[in-house]
Design a protein around this ligand. Structure first.
Ligand code: G6P
Length: 611
């Protein structure tokens, strides 16, 4: 989950690479480095963010038209100057940047050490650089052959950009498991982990597949497999505006993305709901409707926030379409010998489309013969390419590490899927279905209204910003919302927070409640209202501080809770989309007030491409 950028052409490589790294910094930000190929290969790297790298190279020679850059999220070796990429082979022949993990690196390292290689870093990438160099010098082969041969000896995942000091007119790129995109310009090529650093130069891209190796000169691209079979590059158009990946006047990407949710949800259902709001049509599922209707159960897999969206999906599919659902952490599912039937439908949810555990779980399910669907945000990413069918969320690029608009867009897709199945299975009345569709179409307006209250959330944030713990409670559809609210807070403010089904509070968490414990309760009238009122009373009886999300005009909870946040009334099935918004904003403001780096929280990365 590092970010990779490369350039080869006639322009100055440095500004292209450094700007690209800034766009990819959400993928990792503990160290950064660049290599510029000129008469020599100039490599600069340091611990810290891309801005630190910029300062570091301020007085250095960075001229040249070919180069590569890397922003790192440490896997092997702590973040320091030595472990930063590029990694250079012992005799300086090869310069490598890498995203992924070489799993058999210690065995390879030992063999190289036996042959006299010394290592300056703790990285698996340096092992690869030295392995390539060893094959190159020993076999007297070209750089490309050395790279391909080395890759056949490697077990693990990689997105790579490599240069050889004897062949300074080219870059070699390779992919297995970790994403890599080539941007095709006129007399120039760009390389990046995703398309965001590329779109300001060209919208023609080639997504590399696993085992692809690309040999790039400024006016030539050769694509082959690692086993030397020639491939025809498939150039695709990427539909991404540069404005979509800027902050557009917001202080942080996260805030911008929270405020983009009405648009993101609208874009996600636009064209998929009939003009008279009576029918949902999901073109991406057309070919798998029979499997969905015959499914004895649906298994939803995902990680982090996507897993929370999956939990909302469970309520939706069971409630509206009467299909049994299991929701699984991809990382648990794949390692526990799960029972998968051919009649099962697996739905993998992933913003990035690259999460390694989710991808591995998909492969497992496919091998077991199940139908596998994807709900992803990044077009052309790996998961949509491995699944049988799927539906894209149209949230646009999500840069803030804490996921916000991707979540609501995922829930929007799940709602539409449940409505399609409910229609086909006749599990809810036409009237009910049409009412829900209408409510879904209205959700962007509801969220607009909620977003207007941000001053209120700021006031609450101010009061509780120094708390050490938070509890989030919700029932039914609001239990996943409680989990997501807690996750947002811990991710960006480093406050310990837990989400619980409200009724479970009695079975443990209630012991934590005292006057210092803020408890956020989702208590809108669209859920199990009376029961949640009792839960609030239980908290108050123990002097806890209650911040309650209530339906506009609620008077009962107003008298019980310390603070209320009002949201418009919705059907419970749609309400997660609205109720999560104040929780996102509360976390955001608390994190800002605590001086945390909201867009780049410590230890996290946006896209987890390691297992
Ligand atoms: C990381 C991110 C989370 C995200 C999770 C799953 O942990 O920090 O925000 O929810 O990965 O990512 P995915 O791209 O599969 O949705």
């Amino acid at each position: 989950m590092c970010g990779i950028v490369g350039y080869i052409g006639d322009k100055n490589a440095y500004p292209i690479i450094i700007n690209g790294l800034k766009r990819l910094e959400y993928r990792g930000y503990d160290s950064a480095g660049i290599a510029i190929l000129d008469d020599t290969v100039k490599t600069y790297k340091c611990k810290g963010k891309v801005a630190d790298l910029e300062k570091f190279v301020a007085d250095k020679d960075i001229s040249g038209n070919i180069g590569m850059g890397h922003t790192r999220w440490a896997t092997h070796g702590e973040p320091n100057d030595e472990n930063a990429h590029p990694q250079v082979s012992q005799n300086g022949y090869f310069t490598v940047i890498h995203n992924g993990i070489i799993e058999n690196y210690s065995r390879l390292k030992k063999r190289l050490k036996d042959r006299g290689y010394k290592f300056v870093s703790e990285t698996d990438t340096e092992v690869l650089a030295n392995l390539i160099e060893y094959i190159y010098l020993k076999g007297k082969v070209t750089a490309e052959i050395a790279v391909r041969l080395a890759l056949t000896k490697v077990i693990g995942a990689y997105g790579l950009v490599i240069s050889c000091k004897d062949e300074k007119d080219k870059l070699i790129a390779a992919r297995k498991g970790s994403p890599l995109v080539i941007g095709v310009g006129k007399g120039e090529y760009f390389l990046a982990s995703d398309a965001t650093p590329i779109v300001e130069y060209t919208n023609s891209v080639i997504y590399l597949n696993d085992d692809d190796v690309a040999i790039l000169k400024k006016d030539e691209l050769i694509l082959k497999t690692v086993h030397n079979d020639r491939l025809t590059p498939k150039v695709q158009k990427v539909d991404l505006e540069i404005g979509e990946i800027d902050k557009n006047g917001f202080d942080h990407f996260m805030l911008k993305e929270i405020f983009e949710q009405p648009r993101a949800i609208n874009d996600t259902f636009r064209g998929r709901i009939s003009a008279d709001n009576t029918l949902v049509h999901l073109g991406g599922l057309f070919n798998v409707i029979p499997q969905l209707l015959a499914a004895k159960r649906i298994i939803i897999i995902g990680c982090g926030t996507s897993w929370h969206a999956g939990l909302v999906g469970e309520y939706l599919f069971e409630d509206l379409a009467r299909i049994p659902v299991e929701v699984e952490y991809a990382s648990e599912f794949r390692y526990r010998n799960p029972i998968i039937h051919k009649e099962d439908v697996i739905i993998a949810i992933s913003q990035s489309g690259e999460t390694a555990d989710t991808l591995a779980a998909i492969k497992l399910a496919k091998n077991a013969g199940a139908t596998v669907l994807g709900i992803c945000n990044v077009v052309g990413s790996s998961i949509p390419r491995y699944t049988d069918a799927g539906v894209y969320t149209h949230a646009g690029p999500e840069i803030g590490v804490a996921s916000t608009k991707a979540f609501t867009a995922q829930v929007t897709v799940l709602t539409m899927m449940a409505l399609v199945l409910a229609e086909k299975k006749n599990t809810i009345s036409d009237k009910e279905r049409k009412r829900l569709i209408k409510e879904l179409v209205n959700i962007p307006k509801t969220i607009d209204k909620i977003l207007k209250n941000s001053e209120e959330y700021k006031k609450i944030a101010e009061l509780y910003k120094d708390s050490e713990n938070f509890l989030y409670l919700g029932r039914g559809y609001f239990f996943p919302v409680a989990l997501e609210g807690a996750l947002k807070l811990k991710e960006i403010s480093y406050i310990h927070a837990e989400g619980y089904p409200a009724a479970e509070m009695k079975h443990g968490p209630i012991a934590l409640i005292d006057k210092n414990m803020p408890v956020v309760v989702i208590a809108t009238k669209d859920g199990s209202y009376e029961k949640i009122v009792s839960n609030i009373q239980e908290v108050k009886a123990r002097n806890g501080k209650v911040i309650a999300l209530v339906t506009e005009g609620d008077t009962i909870i107003k008298n019980l809770a310390d603070h209320v946040i009002e949201v418009p009334q919705n059907d419970a099935a749609l309400a997660p989309l609205a109720t999560v918004i104040p929780l996102q904003l509360l976390s955001y403001y608390i994190a800002v007030m605590r001086g945390c780096n909201v867009d780049q929280p410590r230890n996290l990365a946006k896209s987890v491409t390691v297992e």
